[in-house]
Design a protein around this ligand. Structure first.
Ligand code: ASP
Length: 608
């Protein structure tokens, strides 16, 4: 037996017990004739005391950092206790030990505050994983995994595996493809998600399915994306949207409870996509704080019945506002006393290329009731007050206004809102606010192809009242500049996203389950019959054999863990992540393959 206890287990109550521990040498401290060794394993750290006799042995065979040793001795009370660790009251008086394996000097310190940079730690990820900080993240990930499984099991969901080698049907992201040796010239694709399989399982009668599953998308890696990532993927039959929302609100609340001890008893807030875009400029608003947008010019994007406040800025002959496609304002609480230097800094902030605005207009709502602005020349104090009031500003607040092209301005003000909230400490790691965003548009306009693409995926159903609009209108867009006036632009989907603290953590939809409607949907997306059958014949066929109404959702498991763990980066919660260029720097993958492998696959490279 290698050990009787772990390095995190022994307490004063074990005093006098003879024990054997095994683990890694964290530190070696020599004090005259005795030596202290901190021994570490997954469970903690225990101090070992090597007396005079063994000390001599150590002199000839010194222990180095990360050596793996086994040591036997008696638990004794420490004279100098360490209140910072659970085993801090005791130490082990070692009677014998052996080195199980030596270690090279690690390239960085295995400590919470390590001296290793990102790249080095990625290269030696197996050492990085020994660090407490990383270990805690993986423990949290496992806790989320268990909580999800427990809840779903209680709700009679069945975990059913689906294949990784499937057919390439790119829609949205690019597929990773795998050549088939046995079928020369043919390729599998790795699934972007098990979407069609889970729908087939509904047809098969497994009315509650889930899987914690890897998904693969060959996308350009924006910050903090991974080419392979994990979803909690779920599907249910005989459900309406309301059933799904309730069931998965339950899942997240159950995870909160089990993992964080948080009783999230309030109902999850709901917001339509239109309201989210109108009030926050963003389809995943962080609602831990207010600062809603004031639309000073109605954006072109189709909003059913939102009125704009253009009257507040019109007639002042201020060209920047008059000529802008969109003008948006937010009120920042308590910042009216910003100095010139501070407003200049904010202006520079919005001018950075990532934000891309030309400038920033501000109105200071002074506590003495006066208003001061960077556009005093154009607007009377009365007008400034009217704008500030409409933006919801109170005395002491600072109103920030951006003007420009619609999409960019909307993005910029969303970023500015988050930035200001962060600066003002309104985005606390330990505060969690869930939100359902509902009624997404069914289609999105793809400028490049001048066609409609599915905003979620092509299996998402339109709102029942808008099915006719989809079926009875020709999808062709005659005039690209005017695509917003095409009837398709206003069709809403039975789709929903769950948002946590400004992050989309899950998304799904009620599906189409009739062959005819699915065919019409494919046609709306510009797929002719042949392409439909080639890509999705199996699904269309299955829909002819008693497909029940169904719907589902998938949660981004890595992202959920990182938010619950209070981190910005999903990489911290993945045991062996890829870097920003999609490389595994530890394995040095991707890499070339042997000529023999190419020959077997009958593949010739034609690198450009
Ligand atoms: N498969 C979808 C996705 O990966 C989620 C869903 O609709 O259930 O986004």
């Amino acid at each position: 037996m290698y050990r009787t206890h772990t390095c995190g287990e022994l307490r004063l109550e074990h005093k006098g017990t003879n024990v054997t521990l095994a683990g890694w040498v964290q530190t070696v401290r020599k004090f005259g004739a005795i030596t202290f060794v901190d021994l570490r394993d997954r469970y903690g750290i225990t101090q070992l005391l090597f007396g005079e006799e063994l000390n001599k042995v150590l002199e000839d065979n010194p222990l180095g950092r990360e050596f793996v040793i086994q040591a036997t001795g008696t638990v004794s009370e420490r004279s100098n206790k360490n209140p910072n660790i659970p085993t801090g009251d005791i130490e082990i008086l070692i009677s014998s030990f052996q080195v199980l394996n030596k270690s090279a000097v690690p390239p960085f310190t295995i400590q919470d505050d390590t001296d290793g940079g990102d790249d080095l730690r990625m290269k030696y990820r197996f050492l990085d994983l020994r660090r407490n900080a990383v270990k805690r993240n993986l423990e949290l990930r496992y806790a989320v995994n268990r909580a999800a499984r427990n809840y779903l099991h209680q709700q009679q969901f069945m975990d059913i595996e689906t294949p990784f080698l499937i057919k390439s049907t790119p829609e949205g992201a690019r597929d990773f493809v795998v050549p088939s040796r046995m079928n020369p010239g043919q390729f599998y694709a790795l699934p972007q998600s098990p979407q069609t399989f889970k729908q087939l399982l509904m047809v098969s009668g497994y009315d509650r399915y889930y899987q914690i599953v890897k998904c693969f998308r060959d996308e350009d890696l924006r910050a903090d994306r991974q080419p392979e990532f994990t979803q909690i993927d779920c599907e249910m039959a005989f459900v309406e949207q309301e059933d799904i929302l309730n069931m998965f609100e339950g899942l997240i609340k159950s995870i909160f409870k089990d993992v964080k001890g948080i009783d999230y008893t309030e109902a999850v807030q709901r917001m339509t996509w239109e309201d989210a875009m109108w009030q926050y400029g963003n389809d995943k608003p962080d609602i831990r704080f207010g600062m809603q947008l004031l639309n000073l010019k109605k954006p072109a994007t189709v909003y059913s019945d939102k009125t704009d406040s253009a009257a507040l800025i019109n007639g002042a002959d201020f060209k920047v506002f008059d000529e802008a496609e969109t003008v948006l304002a937010i009120a920042i609480p308590g910042c009216s006393e910003y100095s010139r230097k501070q407003t200049d800094e904010l202006t520079e902030w919005v001018k950075r290329p990532q934000i891309g605005m030309k400038g920033l207009v501000f109105i200071k709502c002074n506590t003495d009731g006066t208003y001061k602005s960077s556009v005093d020349k154009f607007y009377s104090e009365e007008k400034l007050k009217a704008i500030a009031d409409a933006a919801g500003a109170k005395a002491g607040d600072l109103v920030l206004i951006l003007a420009g092209a619609e999409e960019r301005t909307r993005k910029a003000i969303s970023e500015l809102r988050l930035e200001m909230a962060s600066r003002l400490g309104m985005r606390k790691d330990d505060e969690f606010k869930l939100l359902w965003v509902l009624d997404f548009p069914l289609f999105e306009y793809d400028e490049e192809g001048n066609r409609w693409v599915a905003r979620h995926h092509p299996f998402t159903s339109p709102k029942p009242t808008q099915i006719e609009t989809m079926i009875n209108n020709n999808p062709v867009i005659e005039n690209a500049a005017d695509y917003l006036n095409h009837p398709y632009a206003s069709i809403k989907a039975n789709a929903y996203d769950m948002v946590l603290n400004g992050n989309e953590i899950g998304g799904g939809s009620i599906r189409i389950f009739q062959r005819e409607l699915q065919e019409k949907m494919f046609a709306a997306l510009g797929m002719d019959k042949e392409e439909q059958l080639h890509k999705f014949g199996f699904l269309l066929g299955a829909f002819e054999y008693g497909a029940p109404p169904h719907g589902g959702i998938a949660f981004g498991f890595d992202r959920l863990c990182s938010i619950l763990g209070g981190s910005e980066s999903i990489r911290d919660f993945i045991a062996f992540p890829k870097n920003n260029a999609g490389r595994d720097v530890m394995l040095d993958a991707p890499a070339t393959i042997d000529q023999k492998q190419f020959t077997e696959l009958q593949i010739k490279l034609d690198l450009k």
